[in-house]
Design a protein around this ligand. Sequence first.
Ligand code: CMX
Ligand code: CO
Length: 143
Amino acid sequence: MFMRIDHIGIACRDLEEKIRLFSETFELTVVAREVNEEQGVKEAMLHIADGEGGGSYIQLLEPLSEDSPVGKFLARRGEGVHHVAFGVRDVTETMAKIGAKGVRLLDERPRHGSMDSRIAFLHPKDVGGMLTELVQAADPDKS
Ligand code: CMX
Ligand code: CO
């Protein structure tokens, strides 16, 4: 079902500061920056490696507002790991398969994610407390 870990999402108060920290400490390169209004975030993707169906990344996330998912998370838990994203070949098909097992889907249909991917989230309470994202890369045949 999952081809690889696509990314780990990290909630940050100051995106630029965390980009410096992660790129210097781990020698990672920023390959994309975006503002995603729908998700309420300003974000950067730092490339780690390429794998089946696409790359793997660290996603740094700064909230656009306090009442966004990442804004609420920061207020409640502080900075740190916010979600884990798995690469899938077909996000719609994977949503249907996982939804059929009784896991709540937070999105009715895939939404726009980083680098033209299609994404959907699963409720953390139904998967052991881990907010889980499914990612279909823009070109899943790239490896
Ligand atoms: N990881 C694990 N648990 C989480 C969580 C997270 N990131 N965010 C919230 N929770 C937990 C809360 O702690 C709470 O648990 P308790 O009831 O035990 O206290 C429970 O989930 C419900 O929390 P809530 O305050 O009622 O719900 P929120 O309004 O904060 O919404 C969630 C939580 C997951 C439904 C919401 O954050 C969401 O829809 N997320 C998906 C979208 C998203 O995160 N977008 C940003 C990233 C974009 C990207 O990756 O591109
Ligand atoms: Co993400």
